[in-house]
Write a protein that binds this ligand. Structure first.
Ligand code: SAM
Length: 248
C-alpha cells in the first residue's frame, strides 16, 4: 500500500504541488490505462477544484473519503454518543483529543447544551481534510454546528500539557487496533492504514485531571478498558462502547 498526492483538474496542480511538499507525500505520475489495477490498494490524497479528498485506488467508482459534515448533519446520528453526554451542564465545553475526520465531534456539537469544541489531530494530512471539511459546507444547520469548532494540528498530550485550561468534557477515540480490518468503514480503514500518529500512554490518566465533569472513551465493545482504568459506567451498542469517567 502506497500513499500519493494527486489532482483531478489542471487548476488544482499548484495546490497539489504545495501540499505534496507540506505533507511530504509523493506526487503521483499517471500510468497508462492498463496499469490502473496495480494501484487498487493505494491511497490518493486528491486536490480538486472544490474539495480535498482521499481515494482508494484509481477506479472512477472509488468513493471519495472526506469530512462530509453536510451529510453527517442530515443523515447520521450516534444516539449512544449523544446519550453519553447526558447530565453535562448548559454551555459545556468539549475537547476532542483524537479528532480524525471530525464525525464524532459533530455528533457532540449536535447536543444542544454543547457550546464549544476544541479538536486536536496530530496527523497532518488528516488535519488538512478536516479543515477543508469545516470550510466547505453548504447547509446553515451544519454551519451553525461548525461555528462551535476550533481545530489544532498537534499532539494531544502536548496540548494538554501546554495547559490550555480545563474542559467540561474530554473525548478520546483511539484507533481500534486488533479489530478485523474488513469490518471497518472506509474512513476508519483509511485512518488505520495511513495514520502514523500514536496515542500516548498516559492520555486518559492525564485527561482525567483536565475534565471538569467527564471523560468519554470510545472502544470496540469487546476491548479492554483504556490504560486499564475502570470507568464509572459504560454504554454499549452493537459494535462500540462508550466508557464514561466522572471527574466531579
Ligand atoms: C479512530 S481515529 C478518530 C476518529 C474520529 N473520532 C472521527 O470521528 O473521525 C483516531 C485519530 O487520532 C489521531 N491521533 C492518534 N494519536 C494522536 C495524538 N498523539 N495526538 C493527536 N491525534 C492523534 C489519529 O491520527 C486519528 O486520526
Amino acid at each position: 500500500m502506497r500513499f500519493y498526492l494527486t489532482f483531478d483538474d489542471p487548476q488544482s496542480r499548484a495546490r497539489a504541488l504545495m501540499l505534496s511538499k507540506k505533507l511530504n507525500i509523493e506526487i503521483f505520475k499517471k500510468p497508462t490505462q492498463q496499469k490502473l489495477k496495480e494501484f487498487s490498494e493505494d491511497y490518493f490524497f486528491t486536490c480538486s477544484k472544490d474539495r480535498l479528498f482521499l481515494k482508494k485506488g484509481l477506479r472512477h467508482d472509488s468513493k471519495p473519503i472526506f469530512s462530509d459534515f453536510d451529510d453527517w448533519t442530515k443523515n447520521y446520528d450516534d444516539n449512544l454518543l449523544k446519550s453519553s453526554t447526558k447530565g453535562l451542564p448548559k454551555n459545556f465545553s468539549c475537547l476532542d483529543l483524537t479528532a480524525g475526520f471530525g464525525k464524532d465531534a459533530l455528533e457532540i456539537s449536535k447536543v444542544v447544551n454543547c457550546k464549544s469544541l476544541i479538536l486536536i489531530e496530530k496527523e497532518a494530512w488528516v488535519f488538512e481534510l478536516l479543515v477543508d471539511g469545516i470550510k466547505n459546507t453548504s447547509s446553515c444547520r451544519t454551519g451553525d454546528l461548525l461555528k462551535k469548532f476550533k481545530a489544532f494540528n498537534m499532539d494531544s498530550l502536548k496540548f494538554l500539557k501546554s495547559k490550555n485550561g480545563t474542559f467540561d468534557l474530554v473525548y478520546i477515540d483511539p484507533m481500534f487496533l486488533g479489530v478485523q480490518k474488513s469490518k471497518a468503514k472506509k474512513h476508519m480503514q483509511a485512518l488505520r492504514d495511513l495514520s502514523t500518529a500514536v496515542i500516548q500512554k498516559q492520555l486518559l490518566k492525564t485527561s482525567l485531571d483536565f475534565a471538569n465533569y467527564r471523560v468519554i472513551v470510545k472502544r470496540h465493545k469487546n476491548m479492554e478498558y483504556l490504560e486499564g482504568i475502570v470507568p464509572d459506567r459504560s454504554v454499549k451498542g452493537k459494535v462500540v462502547r462508550y466508557d464514561i469517567y466522572n471527574t466531579n
